[in-house]
Design a protein around this ligand. Structure first.
Ligand code: WTA
Length: 648
């Protein structure tokens, strides 16, 4: 990260919104920022009023820090707003989901068809015994049925808990048991780089120890022979139960504060947190930000490349776009299958107008070479977005030039699983963009830069990013762990939300995000906690102690570097690859360490705390920082010698 931060802080280039873009933009009047200030509750209430409510709210906001309730007393259904509302408004024939599978199969699903499919799926869930208030786990490939399953849950008032298809059986089990899901929706498998990701098999393994799960609904996606098991009475095929259901399934009126979903994310301890999002506020936040940040128009073909297993997929593949009646493209597979131009072929073939992806992907594309996008017609694009990690200015400018052809604004959007919706972002018709800066808070949102001791810093300053006002899509808590909610987000600086990110504000008030300041890594845009990987390592019988750090990496942003102390007698030639595989098995391939370094000792303070900062210095080849608090300063220099020897 250090290189990124340096280049960020010296970045001086400016990119004004192209005049053609401004001429047609949804918002081009900068006064919207000031207008939202005196009454931010009213600002959000105006957005909420654009949605359909079965019953109006009686109070916009109840704010008892750190607990917020939005649109109190209002009754609403998220699925109704994402589907039925548009069919009633005459948009039934418009494409809602444009799906492309990795093998090349393409399907366009209109809003009317989506309504029928979601209703049938919702009725199938009811037939399987799922009721309002239950939790349903979804573990699927990135196919249209994943979005359909989420909406079907929302339709009947069951909360979904989507688990990314790359997570292991153990990680899946932990998430199912924490929530107490009554059913799992999965597929026989999904396609990834021409191979099958064996989802059903992983579900079988996971739910051996999941007493709450009564039913498993399985989509036949790959239809290839595999050796998963089948439990009569528990397992049923999607085609057997969904297809012959009625297309009539009324939307359940939900309280604005009823649970819409939980989604697990990594925090600074080993145990993932089930982030709670409720219905009315979340939908209002994603609806509003999608409309303004992505400048959505009736004819746009919008593509967000995130998987629905992450918050970006929830908010900006499903709820935000569909609440706006947009056409959303979903792609199942890898960006380099069959070749490194796959994304650009998709843009060309489907005439994608808005593309939202992650810096790690952009850096991979840069590395693969300019010729891949150059051989495709990308002229349909009019707006580009970035999310998930700080974007280095070089990647921003490459994206602008080679993908956007120099005529598409680039919106660098900062937010988190917890925030539910984008909070810091340019608005493409207004903002003069600076590569690497997410610019400023969305109207109605207040972000501040805090010092170590909790003072709000004015003007050009670096510090901790905090949010000092509630916003509708904010998390309502952590599932099963109310204390952790308070302790994790509201205790570092009492009464304000601590994001865990470092930030710098420049002379013009623009914000430059600098990455996490806690023990959370950002590896290829995925949040992984160092402690999660450490506990997976010490779970291996050969490991006595482990310390994990995120090390700067030119494509992934950070790579996972593990320093491991073995138990006596466990050294052998394959131990490094064995440990890497072990972590992949415990958590999932996304957490497989890039390096495992077997060492003789770890640098610790006199009170026994591992000094990760020094390990980062060693791994990134920097001069060692302050070592005076170490119990044994010799440890770190001998570590450095060993490490350099290994790298050479
Ligand atoms: C980081 C993803 C810089 C940040 C939506 C945050 C970013 C974490 C940006 C949340 C950005 C996300 N610039 N950093 N535009 N967007 N981050 O929960 O560190 O997967 O705290 O949500 O990603 O990751 P999460």
């Amino acid at each position: 990260m250090s290189e990124t931060i340096d280049s960020l802080l010296h970045e001086k280039r400016h990119f004004a919104p192209p005049p053609n873009f401004v001429a047609q933009a949804n918002v081009s009047d900068p006064s919207i920022y000031e207008a939202a200030e005196p009454d931010y509750e009213g600002f959000w209430a105006n957005w909420a009023a654009k949605l359909d409510w079965f019953e109006p709210w009686s109070q916009v906001l109840d704010w008892q820090p750190p607990y917020a309730k939005w649109f109190l007393g209002g009754k609403i259904n998220a699925c109704h707003n994402c589907v039925d509302r548009h069919v009633s408004a005459g948009l039934g024939g418009k494409t809602a989901i444009l799906f492309e599978g990795e093998p090349g199969d393409v399907r366009a699903i209109t809003y009317a068809e989506l309504q029928a499919q979601v209703s049938k799926t919702a009725n199938a869930l009811k037939a399987l015994g799922v009721k309002k208030g239950d939790i349903v786990c979804i573990y699927m490939p990135m196919v249209a049925e994943l979005a359909i399953a989420m909406l079907a849950c929302a339709r009947i008032g069951a909360a979904h808990s989507v688990v990314f298809g790359g997570f292991s059986a153990e990680a899946l089990r932990e998430r199912i048991n924490d929530g107490g899901a009554v059913a799992v929706i999965t597929a026989d498998g999904g396609w990834r780089r021409g191979k099958i990701v064996e989802l059903k098999k992983t579900v079988d393994e996971a739910i051996q120890d999941c007493p709450s799960v009564k039913k498993v609904l399985i989509l036949k996606r790959t239809n290839q022979p595999q050796d998963y098991s089948w439990v009569e009475g528990r397992d049923c095929w999607w085609s057997d139960i969904v297809d012959n259901q009625s297309e009539d399934c009324p939307c359940e009126p939900m309280d604005s504060e009823d649970l819409l979903f939980t989604l697990y994310t990594s925090g600074s301890t080993g145990k993932p947190k089930g982030i709670i999002h409720t219905t009315g506020g979340y939908l209002t936040g994603t609806f509003a930000t999608f409309q303004w940040v992505f400048d959505i128009k009736p004819n746009d073909i919008y593509w967000c490349t995130a998987d629905c297993g992450w918050i970006t997929g929830h908010s900006y593949v499903v709820y935000g776009p569909l609440a706006n009646g947009a056409t959303v493209l979903m792609y199942e597979g890898a960006p380099d299958t069959p070749d490194k131009d796959r994304f650009w072929r998709i843009v060309e073939n489907h005439k994608v107008t808005i593309l939202y992806t992650a810096p790690t992907a952009i850096r991979a594309f840069m590395k693969w070479g300019d010729e891949y996008p150059a051989q495709c017609d990308l002229s349909s694009l009019r707006l580009l977005g970035s999310v998930g990690e700080p974007i280095n200015p070089e990647a921003w400018v490459w994206y602008w030039q080679h993908i956007g052809g120099g005529h598409c604004p680039v919106v660098d959007t900062w937010w988190q699983t917890e925030t539910g919706s984008i909070l810091i972002t340019p608005l493409p018709g207004i903002t003069v963009c600076k590569p690497g800066s997410a610019s400023r808070p969305f109207p109605g949102v207040r972000a501040e830069v805090y010092s170590e001791d909790g003072r709000a810093l004015e003007g050009a300053h670096g510090g901790y990013l905090v949010l000092t006002r509630p916003w509708p899509a904010m998390l309502r808590g952590i599932f099963n762990d109310p204390d952790r909610y308070v302790q994790q987000y509201w205790s570092r600086f009492p009464g304000v939300y601590f994001t865990g990110d470092g930030v710098k504000r420049d002379e013009n008030g623009d914000l430059w995000l600098l990455g996490r300041v806690d023990d959370v890594m950002n590896v290829a845009g995925h949040r992984i906690s160092t402690m999660e990987v450490e506990s997976a390592l010490v779970d291996h019988p050969a490991v006595a102690e482990a310390a994990v750090i995120g090390k700067a990496h030119d494509v992934k942003g950070q790579a996972i570097s593990a320093f491991v102390l073995l138990r006596a007698g466990h050294e052998h030639d394959n131990i490094v690859s064995e440990l890497k595989e072990h972590v992949a098995k415990v958590i999932g391939a996304i957490a497989r360490p890039d390096d495992v370094f077997i060492c003789g000792d770890l640098p610790k303070t006199r009170s026994g705390k591992i000094m990760r900062r020094l390990l980062r210095d060693v791994a990134e080849g920097r001069a060692l920082g302050d070592t005076t608090t170490l119990a044994d300063p010799g440890v770190v220099s001998s570590l450095r010698n060993q490490y350099e020897h290994l790298e050479a």
